[in-house]
Design a protein around this ligand. Structure first.
Ligand SMILES: [Zn+2]
Length: 335
């Protein structure tokens, strides 16, 4: 998706956002932050004008008197862009956090798209919903692209902030910013489908949920299996594949009952009921061997993080089971 300027780019995201109020506000803030940078650049320019005034002492008075007029006259024709330095770090950070807000917004949108898709797959059986699902998948991929571009902008600003706070003066901020964003977008554009989407949490959740609905009780193969290998994809036994391959049967390996408040080990991807894994560690802060059968990894309790996606899937799964039971009961009654 090629979009020229960052502000246009943001509007693209707005249009896909459902909550109008807060995002419009953040667009406003963004404009303000841009202005602020512009203003502080001008301020610097003023300073350098005053400096020159002092150098030619005879004109000092007049310079002071005319200062206001002169401010109006200052423009790019007479003064080259002034470098950004430490003093600009704060408005720059403001810009960076605007991108963060945008990223959170688009992530919410992506989650909504995938929730809609899952609900659709859940409601429509057979081939009926396939076309809609494909459309939704395409939209989700586009949104992942946009999300990536936002991350890029955020990162580029963050790096520039780091440079100025460490004392570097940046002369050609606009060229640098645009250049870095362009570079990063180029390297994203040549990524393979797997590299672009297989690691995106929302996309993974989307694929997994739909797979489950279509293949109840079957563990999903790694998400990369659904994307044909392209030149540039490394071998199949890539690290990336590991997590997708973990079988999810919604049972806690400790309680052997359905997961409750699932937490997932970031080391091996196995999930447990929160109380059960806490009980296993019982205050112990070191690493223990993963209790999932066949897993040889070790992790600490602090490596286990609440897994909202899994909790969501668990809920859907439970609902499906219930529905199946009800259908069976109905059949039995009919018989
Ligand atoms: Zn494990």
């Amino acid at each position: 998706m090629a979009v020229a300027s960052s502000s246009r780019r943001k509007r693209v995201a707005h249009s896909s956002d459902i909550e109008d109020g807060p995002t419009q506000k953040s667009a406003r803030e963004d404009v303000d932050a841009d202005d602020e940078i512009a203003r502080s650049v001008v301020k610097k320019e003023k300073k350098s004008v005053k400096g020159k005034g002092r150098a030619t002492e005879t004109h000092q008075r007049e310079d002071a008197d005319e200062e206001d007029d002169e401010d109006d006259k200052i423009d790019a024709e007479n003064f080259p862009d002034q470098p950004l330095d430490k003093s600009h770090a704060i408005p720059m950070k403001g810009l960076a956090s605007d991108w963060e807000i945008m990223i959170r917004t688009i992530q919410r949108t992506n989650n909504m798209v995938s929730d809609v898709a899952v609900a659709l797959a859940d409601a429509v059986e057979g081939d009926e919903g396939q076309k809609d699902l494909l459309d939704l998948e395409r939209s989700l991929k586009d949104l992942v692209d946009i999300e990536n571009e936002m991350h890029t902008n955020h990162e580029v600003i963050q790096n520039l902030v780091q440079e100025v706070t460490s004392g570097t003066e940046i002369d050609n901020i606009i060229e640098q910013y645009q250049g870095n964003v362009r570079k990063s977008k180029k390297s994203y554009a040549i990524k393979t489908t797997r590299q672009k989407y297989a690691k995106n949490e929302t996309y993974k959740y989307f694929k997994q949920s739909i797979y489950e609905i279509e293949h109840p009780g079957v563990a999903m193969p790694p998400v990369t299996e659904f994307m044909s290998k392209e030149p540039g994809d490394v071998s199949d036994d890539d690290d990336d594949l590991e997590m997708g391959a973990v079988t999810q049967d919604y049972k806690c390996p400790l309680t052997l009952r359905p997961l409750e408040n699932p937490v997932t080990s970031e080391i091996c991807g196995h999930s447990f009921s929160q109380d059960a894994i806490r009980g296993l560690f019982d205050g112990y802060r070191g690493a223990k061997k993963c209790p999932a059968s066949g897993c040889t990894r070790e992790f600490r309790l602090s490596d286990c993080k609440p897994n909202k996606e899994l909790a969501k899937k668990l809920k859907l799964h439970t609902r499906r089971l219930k529905r199946k039971d009800q259908e069976q009961e109905v059949e039995e009654i009919i018989e």
